[in-house]
Design a protein around this ligand. Structure first.
Ligand SMILES: NC(=O)C1=CN([C@@H]2O[C@H](COP(=O)(O)OP(=O)(O)OC[C@H]3O[C@@H](n4cnc5c(N)ncnc54)[C@H](OP(=O)(O)O)[C@@H]3O)[C@@H](O)[C@H]2O)C=CC1
Ligand SMILES: CC(C)(CO)C(=O)C(=O)O
Length: 315
């Protein structure tokens, strides 16, 4: 592995977390921010240790931060940590500083943005998509809290890419498309429900949300196992029981976390609704009335109280 720096794009919760993580793994990191500089030092508070035990630690990481316009070097390793709706533009903003043979990784929720990014890459650049179930909260411009221990996996987006290895050991999988769909399934339950009801991830396991969760899972099973669903090869194993297990496990592991969608609504920011529920509504061969309600509950704040009542009346 060469020791040129990683260019991490996005100084949000996940970007700051990965800047710290890459550094801990021995990589050098240059971080690109958009609106607010994190300064020279990032503080990472952890409520859990690497074994998942409850334990409070705080570490400080010195990372060089730049605005895109301040970059002068060429980078052969890029990790994009923006929201899905910003992904392609965030890359285009730095593309003149990315080598023709670069490894470009993107770590965002939802489906659709990866393909948009692939469409602006050179044939010689390799896209690695990633999914993560880590829970990270940004509490200040240079201060994050690791609230939920999860896993992160990277995989080649195009199977035709060369067999060049990924520059971080032990985190790669062969079928990232399947992982992306599995993560989409989890996000299509946890994110809109926590965002609409203003609750932490673990709260969706409460008794009063049981009928809504069951109905949402049943509906998702019907699309994921539908022979006409375009991603059926990646999704056919997502039965109701399988989905329930995934959603419960992640809700439990990130129980103290606010989902990224809840956080976005709370801070009145754009959400990834279009790339989660919106993607399912656009691509499903069947009607998805519950997913539509969740989509609308997130998209239209003026209808949210009404939507909550409808969602809680589902039996
Ligand atoms: N946080 C979490 O626990 C989890 C997050 N994820 C996913 O990871 C992804 C990142 O999430 P998260 O870090 O929470 O999101 P944030 O909104 O906290 O961070 C995204 C960051 O990207 C920055 N950005 C956007 N466009 C550009 C650009 N052109 N140049 C530089 N920076 C840019 C934003 O800048 P600005 O500050 O200007 O808006 C923002 O700081 C999302 O897809 C999310 O769903 C997945 C699992 C867990
Ligand atoms: C895993 C989970 C639900 C963690 O909060 C997430 O992906 C998100 O918040 O977007």
């Amino acid at each position: 592995m060469n020791n040129t720096p990683w260019l991490v794009i996005g100084a949000g919760a996940i970007g700051l977390f990965w800047a710290c993580k890459l550094q801990t793994l021995g990589h050098s990191v240059h971080l690109v921010y958009r609106s607010e500089s994190p300064g020279k030092k990032i503080t990472l508070d952890s409520l859990i240790d690497e074994n998942g035990q409850q334990q409070s630690t705080s570490t400080k990481h010195k990372v060089k931060s730049f605005m895109a316009s301040e970059l002068t070097e060429q980078y052969d390793k890029v990790l994009l940590c923006t929201k899905s709706f910003d992904l392609k533009d965030a890359f285009l903003q730095v593309s003149e500083h990315v080598t023709d043979d670069a490894t470009i990784a993107c770590l965002c929720n939802g489906v659709g943005a990866q393909e948009e990014l692939q469409s602006v890459l050179l044939d010689t650049q390799a896209l690695w998509a990633a999914i993560t179930s880590e829970g990270v909260l940004k509490i200040d411009k240079n201060h994050i809290k690791h609230t939920g221990l999860g896993d992160t996996y990277f995989g080649r987006w195009l199977q035709t890419d060369s067999n060049r290895e990924f520059p971080i050991d032990h985190l790669t999988v062969t079928n990232i498309h399947q992982r992306v769909i599995e993560k989409l399934a989890v996000n299509a339950v946890i994110n809109p429900i926590t965002a609409i009801f203003n609750i932490h991830n673990g709260d969706i396991l409460d008794e009063n949300f049981k009928p809504l969760i069951e109905a949402t899972l049943a509906e998702l099973e019907s699309v994921f196992t539908h022979p006409k669903f375009s991603y059926i090869e990646q999704s056919k194993h997502l039965t109701r029981a399988n989905l329930k297990n995934r959603v419960n496990t992640i809700a439990q592991l990130t129980r103290l976390n606010r989902s990224s969608m809840y956080e976005d609504i709370k801070l009145q920011r754009q959400t990834e609704n279009e790339f989660i529920s919106g993607f399912l509504l656009k691509n499903s061969p069947i009607e998805l009335p519950i997913q539509r309600l969740l989509y609308e509950g997130v998209a239209f704040s003026d209808q949210r109280e009404e939507t909550k009542k409808k969602l809680l009346s589902i039996t």
